[in-house]
Design a protein around this ligand. Structure first.
Ligand SMILES: Nc1ncnc2c1ncn2[C@@H]1O[C@H](COP(=O)(O)OP(=O)(O)OP(=O)(O)O)[C@@H](O)[C@H]1O
Ligand SMILES: [Mg+2]
Length: 659
């Protein structure tokens, strides 16, 4: 454990101190006391406060509000200050055989808001890191809540010996000394961890329950969807069979109905209209035939050989006419020629010539001799074209007529096949019935197929959701069991810690009982007044057992005895840290008589720590008491207040030589 020694303190512009007052606080081995004497109102309590404030700042006042601290500093701050209010505390810290010299300084700037500047110097050089960590650093050596036990006001100490407040103070101090705060912190941390885990687990539990319920609901929905799909699939099979049967039945009935002239009946109007058209077409075709026949050339087409013979005869007669013309002309020409040649040629030649001409004319005689019977008529070749055209028209009209007649005949047959409505009534209603059946079966099949498709899609969706929920659950909640174990372990640890704390406090209570008894008995002049001081292990209530073994109510003690009891309690408490932290006591002896003062010096101041600052009035420490004190004193100072300057100054005090 680090050993702290104050080596000096400088104060300026605070309380009665204006100009910087410096007190060298170094002590020599075996002489732990630094005595500071001062009259009332000279600055002893201010010095104690400055020491507390220099070390702990606002934490020096305990867990009070910052405003109280601010108020304290503002009230101490001198109005006539020429510079900042400032405290410098030099201290040495020894740990692990090494010594470090630190100087702590706090300075305040008063404004609308108090600003405090803390500086920590290590070996004369500012150490920012240590400055930032100062509170934690110092708490590691002496927790702030214990500072009042080490740096205490003797006038207030008596209040400690109050049976109502003492148990609480003792317990808190013991807990702080033992570091039970660490156990509490650990317990609180565990509670926080537990709470978080419990909350998480609870939340997770709730989440799990919710997720489980959701998952189960999904599973149920999925199972229902699967069952519905199965039912609908079966229903679809049945509906398909039913639809096919209904269709077949309708087809069968429909064929039967067709055979019964249904088609004709259904198309009766159309058929009749078509028959009428066909009849009109026959009439029209017949008219065309008649028209074709009305053509004068048309009958000639039917002459056959007769037309050929006519054509031959017409040609021959043309030849006869030509031959007759030729003979006439030739005869005239022959006469002329014979007249011309007359006597010019011999008779013989003439005869020969006449015979030749006659012979030549005879070639035309046969044709010319034919009898003409035909009337004058145009060339049969040209007529023949007209005949052929008329014949073609006639034949086409005939064909059209035949076709129209054939179509009419067919339609007449169809019309004849159209059944009467009454004949078909039964068949129609039967067919209608089957058509209805088929349509119902088909729409039922369609509906089932639609439902099935919907249900299958729902099923696929639900299956996907159920799988996802299952995966999520196994992923999210696999740590739950672990968390439950952690909670149980934390709870066990907490109960063990509480047990440990109780036992520790109980054992410390017993130890304290012994130590307080020892201290109290050694300080008390009346050795037989008390036999023991008991600290209850559970309640930490302090009871005093009289010399006769009876309870001695604390109130029965005198004020001085109560002050001694309080010092005994403090002494017992700080014995733990004895030699590790300075003790400063402000005006502890005021109420004591000489023997108690000497006892205190001998038994308490000289032993309680390696450095003990005693702040006393002039009368507390004088004569034999001063002498007794001097044996253990390294340095002594006197604080003197001057009315003229309205401030105090510190000067050395001669210490009587030890006798
Ligand atoms: N801001 C201030 N400016 C000037 N003087 C102040 C200021 N604050 C306190 N004082 C003076 O400082 C003195 C207080 O000193 P302190 O209480 O330390 O004396 P003390 O030595 O403890 O006295 P006692 O023996 O009576 O306990 C008072 O006289 C007070 O008037
Ligand atoms: Mg005082």
């Amino acid at each position: 454990m680090a050993k702290v020694t104050f080596t000096g303190i400088g104060i300026q512009n605070l309380g009665p101190y204006r100009e910087r007052q410096f007190i060298d606080l170094r002590v020599r081995a075996g002489r732990p006391i630094v005595l500071i004497k001062a009259l009332n109102g000279s600055g002893k309590t201010t010095l104690l406060t400055c020491l507390q404030v220099a070390l702990y700042g606002s934490k020096a006042l305990g867990n009070t509000k910052n405003t109280e601290y601010e108020q304290l500093i503002r009230s101490l701050h001198r109005d006539d200050a020429t510079g900042p209010a400032r405290i410098e505390l030099s201290l040495s810290i020894e740990a692990d055989g090494e010594r470090e010299d630190l100087t702590l300084s706090r300075e305040w700037v008063l404004g609308s808001k108090l600003v405090e500047h803390l500086q920590v110097e290590r070996g004369g050089t500012p150490d920012l890191q240590l400055c930032n960590e100062w509170d934690e650093f110092l708490d590691g050596i002496l927790p702030a809540e214990l500072v009042q036990l080490f740096l205490f006001d003797g006038e207030k100490i008596e209040a400690l010996a109050n049976p109502k407040t003492l148990p609480d103070m003792l317990r808190r101090a013991t807990e702080a000394f033992l570091g039970i705060g660490g156990i509490d912190t650990l317990s609180k941390d565990l509670v926080a961890v537990e709470r978080r885990v419990v909350l998480d687990a609870k939340k997770m539990g709730n989440d799990y329950e919710q997720a489980k319920q959701e998952y189960e609901a999904l599973e149920r929905q999925q199972a229902a969807a699967v069952a519905a799909v199965e039912i609908l699939a079966q229903k679809q099979g049945g509906a398909k069979v039913k639809a096919i049967k209904a269709k077949e039945k309708y087809a069968e009935e429909s064929a039967k109905a067709q055979r019964s002239g249904l088609a004709a009946y259904e198309k009766a109007t159309e058929i009749r209209a078509t028959e009428q058209q066909a009849r009109e077409q026959v009439a029209s075709a017949a008219a065309s035939v008649r028209e074709a026949l009305a053509d004068p050339y048309s009958p000639l087409a039917g002459l056959g050989d007769l037309w050929s013979k006519y054509k031959q005869r017409w040609g021959d007669e043309q030849d006869t006419r030509a031959s007759r013309l030729m003979l006439t002309e030739i005869g005239r020409r022959d006469c002329r020629i014979l007249q011309d040649i007359g006597e010019k040629v011999s008779d013989k030649a003439r005869t020969v010539f006449e015979q030749a001409l006659r012979a030549d004319s005879e070639r035309y005689q046969k044709a010319a001799g034919r009898k003409l019977v035909l009337c004058d008529a145009p060339d049969p070749e040209s007529v023949e074209l007209l005949i052929n055209a008329a014949d073609a028209r006639y034949r086409a009209a005939q064909t059209d007529l035949a076709n129209a007649k054939a179509r009419l005949a067919e339609l007449e047959r169809q019309v004849a096949a159209i059944p009467a409505g009454e004949q078909l009534a039964d068949i129609l209603s039967e067919l209608e019935h089957h058509a209805g059946n088929q349509s119902r079966a088909e729409s039922e099949l369609e509906s089932v197929q639609r439902q099935l498709a919907e249900q299958e899609s729902t099923c696929t969706h639900l299956t996907a959701r159920t799988n996802a929920a299952r995966q999520r659950m196994s992923k999210d909640f696999q740590g739950q069991a672990m968390d439950m174990k952690a909670i149980a372990a934390a709870q066990r640890t907490r109960s063990v810690l509480n047990l440990f704390k109780d036992r520790l406090l109980a054992s410390k209570a017993n130890w304290l009982s012994d130590k307080i008894t020892e201290e109290f008995r050694s300080l008390m002049r009346k050795k037989l007044l008390i036999s023991a001081v008991k600290v209850d292990p559970d309640t930490y209530e302090v009871s005093i057992i009289s010399g006769k073994g009876k309870d001695l109510p604390m109130e029965r003690l005198s004020a001085g005895e109560r002050q001694l009891l309080a010092i005994a309690v403090l002494s017992a408490l700080i014995r733990e840290r004895k030699g590790y932290f300075p003790v400063v006591v402000d005006t502890p002896l005021a109420r004591m008589d000489r023997s108690h003062r000497e006892a205190l010096i001998r038994r308490f101041f000289s032993k309680v720590s390696h450095q003990v600052m005693v702040l006393s009035t002039d009368e507390e420490v004088e004569g034999s008491v001063f002498e007794e004190m001097a044996r253990h004193t390294s340095a002594a100072y006197f604080i003197e207040y001057s009315d003229a300057t309205r401030c105090s100054s510190v000067g050395p005090l001669n210490v009587p030589k030890a006798t």
